[in-house]
Design a protein around this ligand. Structure first.
Ligand code: AMP
Length: 279
């Protein structure tokens, strides 16, 4: 397993692989890897590509009261998992490789980054995501990058970002990997107490029930209201449960405004969970 820790070493590595005719797939992560991340690696390998996993806990996408300092950092375990999955290299830059002294440039986002979902509760989040993603694409010149549907708004934001700015890296979406009880895999699931973990699958169950009700002809508004009540009754503090257009993320009133995506964010104990499904 090759571990690259400078932008220069990444650039040299990619240039050499491209000279051999290889397609490059980048898998951007913040580490604490689980099977969901490995699904992104496998999606790259399925394209017969050279797969580089980036591991960088990006400070600019955390708000001041969020979990930057406590975010799990498990580099040795991550390296073992990427190796076992058949990934080819890890890019694990120090902060100054992404944010050199004097760094002062950001990207202004609109469209799916400004629709009142995650952006409402984490106002600086997508600017941080877009900045690091643009840097990683520029440094790697990857042909493709895999992103999970788990972070659905992020997936729409980076898809637009790459297209709008001609970054040259095409986004490959990968379906959400779940525990057998439906809980979406997440690096933050380690924060869940035993009691919270028992309640956590309620989110996915409520999403499924809401989608089913809409498909069966219930109005979007009443199905979402009932789903919201079920999530709160289970003990969650609900940030949002919303039905949105699957690509613009604009509000929808009925199936005819679709395709519809249901998106949810809620806190159980100290852990904030997000999830989403197609209707
Ligand atoms: P993170 O390390 O949490 O920033 O996530 C890195 C990438 O892994 C993002 O593209 C996420 O959407 C993706 N990801 C996280 N959890 C899952 C999951 N359960 N299934 C599929 N992809 C995931």
């Amino acid at each position: 397993m090759i571990v690259l820790d400078t932008a220069k070493s990444l650039q040299d590595h990619v240039r050499a692989r491209k000279a051999e005719g290889k397609t490059i797939v980048l898998v951007p992560t913040m580490g604490a890897l689980h099977e969901g991340h490995i699904a992104l690696v496998k999606a790259g390998l399925a394209r017969n590509a050279h797969v580089i996993v980036s591991i960088f806990v990006n400070p600019t996408q955390f708000g001041p009261s969020e979990d930057l300092s406590s975010y799990p950092r498990t580099f040795e375990a991550d390296r073992t998992k990427v190796t076992a999955a058949g990934g080819h290299a890890i890019y694990s830059p120090a902060a100054d490789q992404i944010y050199p002294p004097g760094f002062c440039t950001t990207i202004r986002l609109e469209g799916p980054a400004s629709v009142g979902l995650e952006d409402k509760f984490r106002p600086t989040h997508f600017q941080g995501v877009a900045t690091v993603v643009a840097k990683l694409f520029a440094q790697s010149r990857a042909d493709f990058a895999t992103f999970g549907e788990k972070d659905y708004q992020q997936l729409q934001v980076v898809t637009r970002l790459s297209r709008d700015l001609d970054l040259g890296t095409q986004i490959i979406p990968v379906p959400t990997l779940r525990e057998s009880d439906g809980l979406a895999l997440s690096s933050r699931n380690v924060y869940l107490s035993k009691a919270d973990r028992a309640i956590a699958p309620t989110l996915h169950i409520a999403l499924q029930a809401t989608a089913e009700a809409i498909r069966a002809g219930r109005s979007v508004a009443s199905a979402v209201l009932e789903g919201s009540s079920a999530i709160k009754a289970a003990g969650f503090a609900l940030d949002y449960l919303e039905a949105r257009h699957a690509s613009s993320l604009d509000p929808v009133a009925s199936l005819s405004d679709g395709p519809i995506r249901l998106l949810v964010a809620a806190k159980i104990g100290k852990t904030r969970l997000i999830d989403n499904i197609a209707v």
